[in-house]
Ligand binder design. Structure first.
Ligand code: 13P
Ligand code: SF4
Length: 297
């Protein structure tokens, strides 16, 4: 598809295209910014444009809509969602809060707007430990990702009450997979996402958000890396560091919702500025407090 056509549409609509690191390579190439959840949330809060077209999943576009209600936020595919985000409901979180009335509530940004509205603060994979340590409470309810909760619990003195959600793309990695990959690539550094299980994290050299993996690989003297996250991540790593080698921990680690977007969907979203993502007040105003607190850290 003609890149010029996309550029003309962006100009006409005064729109910016944001894409997550897991998006298809062709989509990343037409995006104005490609990043992890934290970078994309920051950009959404600061951008000077009329419309944001989000190539990602719904919670990412909702976060942008919550932070920039004056902009038109469009998701490239209406039903692109994060299954983990739906593994906790606001009513279940309210029930947990009643059980632990003195606890602070941290929700991973991979959550619904209703859950964010019930939380004190959000975090992403890049800042979970920092966010938890910034809380005044000694006991923290952390939802929905049980693996990220376990990772945070190992890096804080606070008591973590974890949710029971998980990401099917990351939870599938096993110790055997890491051992096999290391045997095949003995000089490779192992980078994994904190949504992986604890026993997989234990075998890694570094645990990073998606964009954190780019920084880690860039700063490392190593020439080879095993990448324990969704396979889309291989594209930005290889594009930014053509001299280094990147091996997926598993080629089956595919987030099917992230893959629903292709170039034709980006073009259609730019043409129609639909499907628009709107988070109704007062949910948005409560969720905004939790997201803004994170951005303020
Ligand atoms: P990052 O914020 O690290 O990009 O992660 C988002 C995500 O959905 C991981 O599965
Ligand atoms: Fe959700 Fe996992 Fe897909 Fe990330 S990779 S959007 S956590 S299902």
């Amino acid at each position: 598809m003609n890149m010029d056509a996309i550029s003309r549409l962006k100009e006409r609509q005064e729109a910016v295209v944001l894409a997550h690191n897991y998006q298809d390579a062709s989509v990343q190439e037409v995006a104005d910014l490609v990043g992890d959840s934290l970078e994309l949330s920051r950009a959404a809060a600061e951008l000077d444009c009329k419309a944001i077209v989000f190539a990602g999943v719904d919670f990412m576009a909702q976060t942008a809509a919550i932070l920039s209600p004056e902009k038109r936020v469009v998701l490239t595919v209406a039903n692109a969602t994060c299954p983990m985000a739906h593994m906790i409901k606001a009513k279940d979180l309210r029930a947990t809060k009643l059980l632990y009335p003195r606890a602070g509530v941290v929700c991973y940004v991979n959550s619904t707007a209703d859950v964010k509205a019930e939380s004190d603060i959000c975090c992403t994979s890049a800042n979970g430990v920092e966010v938890v340590n910034s809380m005044e409470q000694d006991q923290i309810i952390f939802v929905p990702d049980r693996n990220l909760a376990a990772f945070v619990a190992r890096h804080t003195s606070k008591e973590i009450i974890p949710g029971n959600g998980f990401c099917y793309a990351h939870d599938q990695f096993t110790v055997d997979m890491v051992r096999e990959a290391k045997a095949k690539h003995p000089n490779a550094v192992v980078l994994v996402h904190p949504e992986c299980r604890a026993e997989v994290i234990d075998l890694a050299d570094a645990v990073c958000s998606t964009s954190g993996m780019i920084r880690e690989a860039r700063e490392s003297d190593a020439q080879e890396f095993i990448i324990g996250t969704e396979v889309g991540m291989l594209h930005p790593l290889r594009a930014k560091m053509p001299g280094k080698e990147f091996h997926p921990l598993s080629t089956n680690a595919i987030c099917h919702d992230m893959k629903k977007t292709d170039l034709s969907k980006v073009r259609q979203a730019l043409e129609t500025l639909e499907p628009r993502v709107v988070v109704p007040e007062p949910v948005a105003s409560k969720a905004r407090v939790a997201i803004q607190r994170m951005l303020d850290i």
